[in-house]
Design a protein around this ligand. Structure first.
Ligand SMILES: NC(=O)c1ccc[n+]([C@@H]2O[C@H](COP(=O)([O-])OP(=O)(O)OC[C@H]3O[C@@H](n4cnc5c(N)ncnc54)[C@H](O)[C@@H]3O)[C@@H](O)[C@H]2O)c1
Length: 295
């Protein structure tokens, strides 16, 4: 008995890396899997591999960046397996650059795959899930959404995926469709391309170590869990807190530049937030915490 017995799931970007691990583990847990990837050879190989072990899988080579193709990915699951219970919106890409050296084509491609792809495939899937009476969507975000050097465009798409997930979770609760986001950490091609990530991520962070979390969220064992952002980083598994309106909330009939300056020079100064994944202190906060060490 696997935790996904009888279910049919779509995993995008499943030809390699984390997506491949989700697909293999989902199949081992009993699911029929649509292995989607624009890299056709890899998608076929993973599907073949699953079938070789006696599992059920078909390859989809559609791109998530086109709404019609996204519908076909989902449609394939219905045609082949007669239902759709889960979607893992995993396809993604990144690149490092200083923001002033970023180029519009790379920006557009990243937004198209990482954000529009998630939206298009998610919309196609939720239409089917509504008809069917429920389902589970797992959107792959990234800790980069807190803000990371040289990854601004990527980080922005992953932040958008986080807020998309919580918004969908609100809209889909009454439809019995759960939506959660996962921030994985694993050695994959995406990490191998970046010297900094290679240094930062220990070699034992393999994609297979993240897969059980994704499987759990897809499964009925996760009933009642929706709107959550969960990070899996080696030995660490934790929830990611949601942004919130921070105290003190100051009130005034009007906020002119003089009164705004006064509160930033005064009460708000100590409440400035460290920012980015590295929790960088803004200079004014640093000056308060470590006087004379503003560099
Ligand atoms: N590796 C990490 O540590 C890490 C950390 C945080 C988030 N993520 C996220 O996890 C997901 C998987 O990343 P990975 O590290 O396995 O990367 P990867 O580069 O190894 O795999 C990504 C796959 O997505 C496919 N893909 C790209 N564009 C596509 C499209 N338009 N349609 C369908 N498939 C497409 C690629 O062909 C590739 O096989 C990504 O969304 C990534 O942002 C990874």
């Amino acid at each position: 008995m696997g935790i996904l017995d009888g279910k049919a799931v779509v995993i995008t970007g499943a030809g390699r890396g984390l997506g491949e691990a989700y697909a293999m583990h989902a199949a081992q847990a009993g699911a029929a899997v649509v292995v989607n990837d624009v890299d056709a050879d890899l998608a076929e190989q993973v599907a073949e591999h699953i079938r070789g072990y006696g599992g059920r899988a078909v390859a989809s080579t559609h791109t998530v960046t086109d709404p019609t193709e996204a519908e076909k990915i989902v449609g394939m699951c219905l045609t082949e397996f007669g239902r759709l219970d889960g979607l893992v919106n995993n396809a993604g890409l990144n690149y490092e650059t200083l923001p002033w050296e970023d180029d519009p084509d790379s920006v557009r491609r990243t937004v198209e795959v990482n954000l529009l792809g998630v939206i298009y495939t998610g919309i196609a899937a939720m239409r089917v899930m509504r008809e069917q009476g429920g389902g589970s969507i797992v959107n792959i975000s990234s800790g980069a959404f807190f803000g990371q050097r040289k990854l601004a465009t990527y980080a922005a798409t992953k932040g958008a995926v986080a807020s998309l997930s919580t918004s969908w979770a609100l809209d889909l609760e009454t439809e019995n469709i759960r939506v959660n986001a996962v921030c994985p950490v694993a050695h994959t091609r995406m990490v191998w391309k970046s010297e900094r990530s290679l240094r930062a991520i220990p070699a034992d962070r393999t994609p297979g170590k993240v897969a059980p979390l994704v499987l759990f969220l897809l499964s009925d064992d996760a009933e009642g869990i929706t709107g959550q952002i969960v990070r899996c980083n080696g030995r660490q598994l934790h929830l990611v807190g949601h942004p919130y309106f921070k105290q003190p909330v100051l009130e005034s009939d009007t906020w002119d530049t003089t009164s705004v300056k006064r509160v930033f020079d005064g009460v708000l100064q100590a409440h400035l937030e460290p920012f980015g994944l590295e929790k960088r202190m803004p200079p004014r906060l640093r000056e308060l915490v470590e006087p004379g060490q503003t560099a």
